[in-house]
Design a protein around this ligand. Sequence first.
Ligand code: ABF
Length: 218
Amino acid sequence: MTQDEMKRAAALAAIDYIPDDCIVGVGTGSTANHFIDALAGCKGRIVGAVSSSEASVARLKGHGIAVFDLNGIDRLPVYVDGADEINHQLQMIKGGGAALTREKIVAAVAERFICIADESKYVTVLGQFPLPVEVIPMARSHVARELVRLGGHPAYREGVLTDNGNIILDVHGLRIAEPAKLEAEINQIVGVVTNGIFARRRADVLLLGTRDGVRTYR
Ligand code: ABF
């Protein structure tokens, strides 16, 4: 089984978690793309979606799925998205696709976060994947210096602007033993919009695509 087949299997399994007649929160990335394609097959039983990126909006609309503004809805029963790393407490690093801030906003609203991933994403300690931090452009050097003080090695992601018009610093060399603490510390740096640690709002369910099938963790 290839990595992409494991991603697809996890994405298909997420369809069982979608209640009828609801608006579904939809994430970003190649695993989320498999989920969007699967959602198209049962679009008659949902009202529509809210999305965490312009790329996913385009894919949803391409399938004829209605896309709603998050500000216009009362509740969001479920959000389905991928991750760059997820630990055994279902805390994640996200943002490899640069959509972390919108992902965190949609995740905050959702009653249930279903993470879909292939087995390579499941780790004991977060931090092998460089931590993405979205930063207001004029604060780039200041934030980079503060991230060095926290023990990281930030790298400017050249040529990338987020959907919100900001830049991304990818922080290498962190061993994230206390994800919730570091999430809060980095968010305190002036100029940071948000960082890619999802610990305060972790996933509720992980559907992990493995060579032996999809495993469920709660
Ligand atoms: C989004 O897509 C992210 O937050 C994460 O960066 C990425 C995962 O990528 P993929 O599904 O392509 O492996 O969910």
